[in-house]
Design a protein around this ligand. Structure first.
Ligand SMILES: *Cc1c(COP(=O)(O)O)cnc(C)c1O
Length: 483
């Protein structure tokens, strides 16, 4: 039985007509016809339900609703401009990669490779072999492997080398890495027994010595990479821990975290322990991330004595935690910069660290002119970030924007912002609404943009976005002007 169709239903377009809308056509090219048709059917069904319940076609027009909804089909992971001045920004993807690294990853991704194949013999090879020699060359270790990340490297080293034995760690080193991940939890997952010694601020060599039993497998040193305890502080030096461990037939594992291979003091920063120093001090296995101060793709690196690295590579977890071919290729290319001696000019993280403030001033001035008279150029500090060199900063020059007061929808990039958003948060949100989004920092009610972490190729995008937002603000404050 057919009821008389409500005239409101007749106002609804068909799926075909909807997809034929001139504004929808570019979306078909981007997302494909079928996904968009599915979305169109869902929107139409909603509109029909709404007519049934309320008797009229809801706003906005169906085509507009479809366009808005199609944003969900866009990739979720997008490029952003990091204007925060935090160089290794974990939430923004840590280390951007060198040109050679990107090219090596592209080569590995494009075709086949000898990933696990020995071209000389025609037999099976090991994916771990590709990094071993390069890691040894730059760190001075006997052997090295790389897995998914440093947390994985720590898990694997404990599982492969310590079994269910006891592992001694200072209470001052039971750190949370970030995102809620804690070293003690990783230890427990690996199956070892955690033995805490010392206190938060002071742990002596004798504390370690006193905790050794016949069940002890290793001493673990975890570098305080994302915090600093100052004042009445004592930690046993690494070489002393190595001597103690080896005297008692134990292993010394050193989780460095950030994994510097270069001397940070050359850039006015505090000394960050290098991987080479830990190897020289006698650690049996040294662990670090590939994408912190090393400046490469996400990875966890373990270097040290050959039998231990060999045991790690044979453990079943190595299979679960292994790197993919593109990361292996990229990591090898990044490490090669250190071997060749061009890391500071080629690896973006180090290039950013090494850039002098006067070179940044020119770029900050250009941005600030785009936003005049709202913006000024000021001396500020960039940070290293990413669990490296906590509290250490670099002199920089920023563009500081005094945000327009009493902003409404336009600047904040959406109708969801309330009437109280006339401030730095709204201006920062408007910057993030740009394509690509620009992420800035807020300090004392102002929005700061630091050129140190911005690729110069994005300078124009930043200047234009600032000009647009500041012009929009000026217009809103003087509605009589012009039109
Ligand atoms: C960052 C960090 C980790 C974790 O490294 P990921 O590569 O992020 O897994 C582990 N230990 C220390 C000391 C760190 O600083």
């Amino acid at each position: 039985m057919t009821a008389t169709p409500d005239p409101a239903y007749r106002d609804l377009p068909s799926v075909d007509r909807l997809l034929g809308d001139a504004r929808v056509a570019p979306l078909i090219a981007r997302h494909g016809r079928e996904p968009l048709a599915g979305l169109a059917r869902a929107v139409l069904a909603e509109y029909r339900r709404s007519i049934a319940e309320r008797g009229r076609v809801p706003a906005p027009a169906v085509a507009e609703a479809l366009i808005e909804r199609a944003a969900a089909l866009d990739p979720s992971l997008v490029r952003v401009v990091n204007a925060t001045g935090v160089i290794i920004h974990t939430n923004l993807g840590r280390a951007p990669l060198s040109r050679a690294t990107i090219e090596a990853m592209e080569r590995a991704a494009t075709g086949y490779s000898n990933l696990e194949y020995d071209t000389a013999t025609g037999e099976r090879g090991s994916r771990f072999s590709h990094l071993d020699a390069a890691l040894c060359r730059v760190t001075g270790a006997e052997a090295g492997i790389a897995v998914n990340n440093n947390a994985a490297a720590l898990l694997l080293s404990l599982a492969a080398l310590c079994g269910e034995g006891e592992v001694i760690i200072s209470r001052g080193q039971l750190v949370e890495i970030g995102g809620g991940f804690r070293i003690p939890d990783v230890l427990r997952q690996s199956g070892v027994q955690l033995v805490e010694v010392g206190t938060t601020n002071r742990t002596y060599l004798r504390d370690y010595a006193g905790a050794i039993t016949e069940r002890t497998a290793a001493i673990l040193r975890v570098h305080a990479s994302n915090f600093r305890i100052v004042g009445f502080v004592e930690q046993a030096p690494l070489h002393a821990l190595a001597a103690l461990a080896h005297e008692r037939g134990l292993l010394l594992l050193d989780d460095l975290g950030s994994g510097a291979l270069l001397d940070t003091r050359a850039y006015g920063l505090a000394p960050e322990p290098t991987v080479q120093q830990s190897v020289r001090a006698g650690a049996d296995v040294v662990l670090c991330s590939g994408d912190k101060l090393l400046g490469g793709p996400q990875a966890g690196i373990a270097v040290g004595r050959a039998p231990q690295i060999e045991a790690m590579s044979r453990h079943p977890l190595a299979r679960a935690l292994r790197l993919d071919k593109t990361a292996i290729a990229g990591l090898a290319a990044t490490i090669d910069h250190y071997a060749r001696g061009d890391a500071v000019t080629e690896i973006p993280v180090w290039r950013m660290i090494a850039t002098r403030a006067d070179a940044l001033g020119r770029r900050a001035r250009r941005w600030s002119r785009a936003c005049a008279p709202r913006a000024t150029v000021e001396a500020a500090r960039s940070t290293i970030g990413g669990g490296s060199l906590p509290g250490e900063t670099l002199e920089t020059v920023v563009c500081a924007v005094d945000p327009p007061a009493g902003r409404s929808g336009e600047l904040s990039g959406g109708p969801s912002s309330g009437p109280s958003s006339g401030d730095a948060a709204a201006f920062a949100a408007a910057l993030r609404a740009a394509t690509p989004p620009i992420v800035a920092r807020i300090a004392a009610g102002r929005v700061l943009l630091d050129p140190r972490t911005v690729d110069p190729r994005d300078d124009r995008h930043v200047a234009r976005t600032l000009a647009r937002l500041c012009a929009a603000a000026a217009e809103e404050q003087e509605p009589a002007a012009g039109r």
